[in-house]
Design a protein around this ligand. Structure first.
Ligand code: MF3
Ligand code: CO
Ligand code: CO
Length: 273
């Protein structure tokens, strides 16, 4: 049987159902990832006490549209916004709305855009006003945990190696890794195999291969790891009301390591540097 042109350009699936992309596919991911990261750069100046999360989302919606791109989240499972904005003890999937930011609030903004059919998914932390010492510590540990995970990405390592690197770093600092949400494969789709766990044992899970595209997006709590989803069916919060932080990059596995698609064009991924 002849392959159709479409199949010929889709690469192959591993036994775990993980898509192996082709060399040319990295460019598409870079374009989508670049836009998502640029939007997170440009929203930074708007994060001040008194601002509402709904207004931040409107600005993001306009930026996606002005770029000629599509929001991956508007219409996704009934979600109506171009971003998730998760403030303080909200772990993820915070819905933008009337909530007004106050001095010292920390927030994660998560944006996913589609450019030429490719998905770019990234999130980072911000502060409205002055960052408290304990929030700064949480954000630093979460940021560093993401990069420990990314540094474990190379062909031959496993997804368990990524999770283990993240978990070890977080628990060394007496904080906890959220178990209820995970990273995910992506590419021409938003969410695909595998589930990328942010905890685990070395050498377990699928083996990484060149051409895999996925997110790593650890959520870290100052208190206990348990979460619950509010009656709006989206907003996930820490059960103990402790502060939570998250960073997310979309990455690809290369011949000898990783390629981050969602690096900040402005070099501003962390709220303090
Ligand atoms: N961007 C989120 C992720 O990292 C998913 C958000 S789905 C939404 O996977 F519908 F809540 F926006
Ligand atoms: Co994601
Ligand atoms: Co995301």
């Amino acid at each position: 049987m002849e392959k159709t042109l479409d199949d010929a350009h889709q690469g192959r699936l591993t036994k775990d159902g993980i898509r192996i992309h082709e060399a040319g596919d990295f460019a598409g991911m870079h374009k989508a990832g670049h836009l998502a990261a640029e939007i997170l750069d440009r929203i930074a100046d708007h994060i001040v006490p008194g601002q509402t999360t709904g207004e931040l989302d409107r600005l993001i919606t306009d930026m996606v549209e002005a770029a000629g791109a599509t929001s991956a989240t508007i219409g996704y499972k009934g979600y109506k916004h171009a971003s998730c904005i998760s403030v303080n003890h909200v772990v993820c999937h915070g819905i933008p709305g009337e909530k007004t930011l106050k001095d010292g609030d920390i927030l994660n903004i998560d944006v996913t855009v589609i450019v030429d059919g490719w998905f770019g998914d990234t999130s980072r932390m911000y502060v409205a006003g002055k960052l408290s010492r304990k929030a700064e510590r949480l954000i630093q540990v979460t940021h560093d945990a993401l990069f420990k995970g990314i540094e474990a990405v190379k062909p031959g390592n496993t997804f368990g190696d990524i999770g283990h690197a993240i978990q070890t770093h977080v628990e060394r600092h007496r904080m906890s890794v959220v178990r209820d949400f995970c990273g995910h494969g992506l590419g021409r789709v938003f969410h695909a195999p595998p589930n990328v766990l942010h905890y685990g044992r070395p050498g377990t899970g699928p083996v990484l291969e060149e051409g895999m595209f996925f997110t790593i997006e650890p959520m870290v709590n100052l208190g206990r790891p348990e979460t619950k989803v509010l009656p709006d069916d989206w907003t996930a919060v820490t059960r103990d009301k402790s502060l939570s932080a998250q960073f997310e990059h979309s990455i690809g596995v290369t011949a000898d390591g990783f390629d981050i698609f969602t690096l900040s064009p402005a070099g501003r991924f962390h709220p303090t540097y």
